[in-house]
Design a protein around this ligand. Structure first.
Ligand SMILES: C[S@@+](CC[C@H](N)C(=O)[O-])C[C@H]1O[C@@H](n2cnc3c(N)ncnc32)[C@H](O)[C@@H]1O
Length: 197
């Protein structure tokens, strides 16, 4: 699988190419956390967000469907005793309804055949009134990182810009969304909304 093949170089590419954006966006997402929160992170990758979220919450469940990426998250979080790492597909989550205070799914929506199902799953597992946080790179298609990933066999389904990202949520009927943009070489736009059930 593509993500297992590139797991060993993912952090290097991200840090060199987009370190400023990644530092800002992970800090922003961490700032939304509260000490009593039980948080689900889907598509955690190598744990770039996990290491910032975990110190601020009661419990973090970090999931991804690629073993190679999970291995790196496990290594990075090995001294964080409130982090539980497990394999899972964001489009078919193995958690009961209304379980988490917050859910985070970063830089994965553009990879999915059926992103609407993923968003429905995030809404299902978060408590009523809980927070859903979805950061996604915008202008990714034009970036040098995209061409590296494409050459390595990545299969990106969509490339968002600032406007089409907002359209995506409107089309799902999610209108009360706060947005934050971390600017830089490959900007990341964070969508934050409350789960009204
Ligand atoms: C671009 S990386 C982002 C990783 C991390 N969230 C970050 O921002 O650094 C995309 C991640 O999504 C994961 N992924 C892709 N499709 C998935 C799916 N259907 N379920 C769970 N994880 C998935 C990949 O394995 C990869 O780790």
């Amino acid at each position: 699988m593509f993500w297992n093949r590139i797991a060993g170089v993912y952090d290097l590419i991200e840090n060199i190419y987009n370190g400023k954006v990644n530092a800002d966006v992970t800090d922003y997402v961490a700032s939304l956390m509260e000490s009593g929160d039980s948080v689900l992170e889907c598509a955690c990758g190598t744990g770039m967000f996990s290491v910032k979220i975990a110190p601020r919450v009661r419990r973090l469940t970090a999931t991804d469907f690629a073993d190679g990426m999970l291995k790196r998250t496990r290594k990075k979080c090995r001294d964080m005793h409130n982090v539980f790492v497990s394999k899972g597909d964001i489009t078919a989550l193995e958690f009961e309804d209304n379980k988490f205070d917050k859910v985070v799914a970063a830089n994965v929506i553009h990879l999915l055949d059926d992103p609407a199902t993923a968003v429905a799953e995030l809404k299902r597992v978060v408590k009523p009134g809980g927070m859903i946080i979805i950061p996604t790179y915008i202008h990714f298609g034009k970036s040098a990182a995209a061409s590296v990933f494409n050459k390595a066999g990545a299969d990106f389904k969509r490339h968002f810009d600032a406007d089409t990202y907002e359209e995506f949520f409107k089309e799902l009927g999610i209108t009360d969304v706060q947005y934050h943009v971390s600017e830089g070489r490959m900007p990341c736009k964070v969508a934050v909304f409350t789960n009204e059930k």
